[in-house]
Write a protein that binds this ligand. Structure first.
Ligand code: SAM
Length: 290
């Protein structure tokens, strides 16, 4: 096995027992709210794993296509979609091999979505190319990755997190020259005799991380723009103090709803391009007052 190929191997359904897969319903609720989804949009879930988000979106009425390089995950996702008669299709493929002609309202790369996993910087950027290419005009991209600014400032570090089924231990290293993170994980299932953690950082394959500023440039080069960024699925704004970086961007043509508050609550009174700069904001407010 070539080391730079690591992303193709070693994925198993055992991740269903890992604490990082526990928050799926809340994550889906958050994405719907943050992206102002109406329901029924067509969603492409890149590196969908065993389809935990895709299936949850399909249960809420969205039409979903999931793609993943791990066959065992795709088989499991297909099985569960059929069992529940959901509007969700799953394909065993490398993200870079996607050649659908259809376009999507939303593209997702969640829990990394394989961003930063690939052989080199040029290959990693192809994931953003796929997102830009598969989105309709005005389509929305949402990614959940680790923040390079956090790694730069706070790594190396160790972390532990208690899930419902296990205690997750993590160790992080950072190479600031290549901007790659090494993440070593160890899971201790509750109710079983604990084994001593064995994390050999020398054997771990690195992941390329991006800062919010790098992502801004990456999106701009693809005609896209960042709308908002967060550091968790509860809406906390992105900060280098937090490892997680959630970014919502769009292709040209996206509209946001303009609402006013009257006696009966909030009412949508129009649509508007998202406002990014203070001058855009002040001219928008001037136009309302005028
Ligand atoms: C950390 S998991 C996240 C899976 C899923 N998004 C989730 O939240 O459960 C990363 C996933 O990336 C997939 N993957 C890695 N490289 C890929 C590639 N080049 N194309 C498609 N999937 C890939 C793996 O098979 C794995 O399912």
């Amino acid at each position: 096995m070539k080391k730079s190929d690591w992303y193709k191997y070693g994925w198993s359904l055992d991740i269903k027992n890992h604490s990082w897969t526990e928050d799926t319903e809340n994550q889906v609720d958050f994405v719907i709210k943050a992206l102002d989804l109406a329901g029924g949009e067509k969603i492409l879930d890149l590196a969908c794993g065993y389809g935990r988000h895709s299936l949850a979106f399909a249960r809420r009425g969205f039409t979903v296509v999931g793609v993943d390089i791990t066959k065992e995950y795709i088989d499991d996702a297909i099985f569960n979609a059929r069992k529940e008669s959901l509007s969700a299709d799953f394909y065993h493929n490398d993200i870079r091999g996607i050649d659908y002609l259809e376009k999507f309202d939303v593209v997702l790369n969640l829990a990394d979505g394989a961003i930063g996993y690939l052989e080199n910087d040029a290959e990693n950027l192809k994931i953003f190319d796929v997102a830009a290419r598969t989105l309709k005009s005005g389509g929305k991209h949402f990614i959940d990755v680790c923040n390079a600014d956090h790694a730069e400032r706070f790594f190396p570090k160790k972390n532990w997190e208690a899930g419902k089924k296990s205690l997750a231990l993590a160790q992080f290293d950072w190479d600031s020259k290549t901007r790659r993170m090494k993440y070593g994980g160890w899971s201790i299932p509750f109710g079983k005799e604990a084994e001593p953690p064995q994390i050999n950082m020398d054997e771990i394959n690195p992941t390329r991380l991006y800062s919010l500023e790098e992502l801004r440039t990456i999106y701009a080069r693809r005609g896209m723009k960042i709308i908002s960024s967060y550091s968790n699925y509860y809406g906390k704004e992105a900060t280098e103090k937090e490892l997680q970086l959630l970014v919502y961007s769009h292709t040209k043509g996206v509209k946001i709803h303009v609402t006013t508050r009257g006696r009966d609550g909030y009412k949508v009174v129009g649509e508007q391009q998202p406002l990014q700069t203070t001058s855009e904001l002040s001219s928008f407010f001037r136009s309302i007052v005028d």
